[in-house]
Design a protein. Structure first.
Length: 306
């Protein structure tokens, strides 16, 4: 009798918990449907229509998607996006790792210098863009003044098609290298001191300790930093738009800027929706590649340790 009463009481509590649970879940489901799922479904529907502002919608199926491979401006924007993303991930990873190794050492004013180093990450993108626009100015910019001090010719920076993307990458690197440094610092703090002590006893150099101890142990943190930077760089818009608006011409126009022009300058909502969905798939594919590489590395480490 006692066991039956306990089971009955437990069943009653479970039913009561389920009844009391749904009133809290339903608002969250409504928000998810309204804020995330519905906009994507509506975007998919728009991408299947020819829809320009002020004109009626006409169902065209996959015509907007078939138009993309034959659009030279979209192809050019894709290559710009790939180049910009690759450099904006690689340079902060290298410089952020170097900065983390430096700031992991003990020296006077280390905490103050760390705080100073991460300040670019806190600045607003528009403020950063305005400051760097002045720095890049061919006549009055400080960069050309510094080049003149060492006898190098002045550069056009963001005002020349050949240097505009490297110049924008310089801004991205300046702003987000501190983020990589913070992530790698977390990895360095988790490394035990015993491997380094053994390496010093064996006469290993600083580079050998970094190559065979530090780098393998912080690699998972580097993958995390690379994924965060990749997702952020591939959809970068504000700094590029504020500095160059995609210029000169279309030399710095990425997919994000081209999408903005198509949807909100030319008001071609259907074609812009197709670009948005392709852009989303590109981000997912790049993130999946990094996750796959991280997983393969994980199993390789597990097999090696076994």
């Amino acid at each position: 009798m006692c066991e039956q009463s306990i089971e009955a009481d437990t069943g009653f509590k479970q039913k009561y918990w389920l009844r009391s649970y749904w009133p809290f879940v339903i608002p969250a489901l409504v928000v998810v449907l309204g804020v995330i799922i519905f906009p994507w479904l509506f975007t998919i529907w728009m991408s299947l229509n020819e829809w320009k502002v002020g004109s009626p919608t006409v169902f065209v199926g996959l015509a907007n998607y078939l138009r993309l491979p034959n659009d030279p401006r979209f192809i050019e924007a894709t290559w710009h996006t790939i180049a910009y993303t690759f450099l904006s991930v690689l340079l902060p990873l290298v410089l952020g790792t170097f900065a983390a190794v430096v700031f992991h050492q003990k020296f006077p004013l280390r905490g103050f210098l760390r705080g100073l180093f991460i300040m670019p990450m806190m600045a607003t993108p528009v403020a950063i863009a305005l400051v760097w626009t002045m720095i890049f100015n061919p006549q009055l910019g400080v960069l050309n003044y510094l080049l003149s001090l060492v006898g190098l010719p002045a550069q056009l920076w963001v005002f020349h098609p050949g240097t505009v993307i490297p110049s924008l990458v310089m801004v991205e690197t300046w702003q987000w290298t501190p983020l990589v440094m913070l992530i790698v610092l977390g990895g360095l703090a988790a490394i035990p001191a015993e491997p380094y002590e053994s390496a010093r006893i064996d006469g290993a150099s600083f580079w050998q300790m970094f190559r065979y101890i530090t780098l393998p142990l912080i690699t998972p943190f580097l993958f995390i930093a690379a994924m965060i930077r990749m997702i952020d760089a591939v959809k970068s818009f504000d700094i590029i738009f504020a500095i160059t608006q995609g210029g000169p011409g279309t030399a710095s126009e990425t997919i994000n800027l081209y999408l903005y022009s198509v949807a909100f300058v030319y008001y071609d909502i259907g074609y812009g929706s197709a670009i948005a969905l392709v852009f989303f798939v590109l981000i997912v594919v790049l993130a999946a590649i990094l996750l796959y590489l991280r997983q393969r590395m994980h199993w390789s480490e597990a097999g090696a340790n076994a």
